[in-house]
Ligand binder design. Structure first.
Ligand code: ADP
Ligand code: MG
Length: 263
């Protein structure tokens, strides 16, 4: 075995995969540039560190269980002129996580609430925060199951340990009393403990209907909104815009004269 082969094998054994990949090319470069020994070593260690950071971010993104990958950079603010780009950019700095503040994204379907929530979640993963995404239904199903096996306290405790918990689509379907109660327990457990990003298509004055009980809805809102940023995303559905660009919306199927009337 040559010196190089043995070094490669040893680096592999130590789990320093990136160093194993780059040490030969970097050595050639170091010879050309007359780099010092410590300069060369520093360079390959830096490569390993970069790869490690990348792996850790990838791992955080995987553990977050985002339903799809969307970034804040790919969000088209021009399409939602009512939304404050400055506010979203400020939230993307993640100061809200340190202050244990919540973000509530409210608006009709298709306006980009989930996209923004995922975008913020990915920023938090990049900043090495622990992030978990749930649909509200999935989360309440899990809590119901935990309660059935008397494991609710531990489950709530575990949920409060994520730096950022994203609860998507709260209020899409009305809830029965036990689920409304579980939701209250979750929000209470996370209150001033960690940050929640919640998306909902229901205005706050409709939450009594969603939770089937004005008192529980009030108690949930009280805790959720105490330290929070409320973002109303209004405007048009992006999905409809996509459809329109592809020329398959209803208007496109109307006869010419009718289209003229509508335009
Ligand atoms: P909501 O959660 O409000 O129902 P989504 O976030 O799921 O809406 O958005 C629906 C689709 O449209 C997604 O693919 C999302 O990435 C895209 N989308 C919505 N708004 C925007 C926007 N302003 N810029 C870019 N993509 C958008
Ligand atoms: Mg959504």
């Amino acid at each position: 075995m040559t010196e190089s082969e043995s070094l490669k094998a040893n680096l592999g054994r130590l789990g320093l995969k990136r160093m194993a990949e780059v040490f030969e090319n970097e050595a050639d470069r170091a010879v050309q540039l007359k780099t010092s020994y410590s300069g060369y070593l520093g360079r390959v260690v830096e490569e390993e560190l970069l790869a490690k950071t990348e792996r850790s971010v990838d791992c955080r993104i995987k553990n977050a269980h985002f339903p799809y990958g969307k970034t804040l950079e790919s969000f088209d603010y021009a399409f939602q002129p009512g939304l404050s780009e400055v506010l979203v950019r400020e939230l993307a700095e993640l100061g809200f996580l340190g202050r244990r503040e919540n973000i509530i994204l409210i608006g009709p379907p298709g306006v980009g609430k989930t996209h923004l929530a995922i975008g913020l979640g990915i920023k938090a993963c990049v900043a090495r925060k622990r992030v978990r995404f749930f649909s509200a239904m999935e989360l309440l199903d899990e809590l119901t199951a935990a309660q059935a096996v008397r494991n609710l306290v531990q489950r709530l405790e575990a949920l409060s340990r994520w730096d950022l918990l994203i609860i998507d689509e709260l209020g899409y379907l009305p809830m029965d009393k036990p689920r409304a109660n579980l939701c209250f327990q979750l929000v209470s457990r996370c209150y001033e403990q960690n940050s929640l990003v919640v998306t909902s298509n229901k205005a706050f004055d409709q939450w009594g209907e969603v939770f089937g009980d004005e008192v529980i809805a009030g108690a949930i809102l009280d805790r959720l909104l105490h330290h929070s940023h409320i973002i109303a995303v209004q405007g048009e559905s992006f999905r409809m815009r996509d459809k329109r660009t592809k020329g398959v919306d209803r208007a496109a199927k109307q006869p010419d004269n009718q289209q003229a009337e509508n335009s």
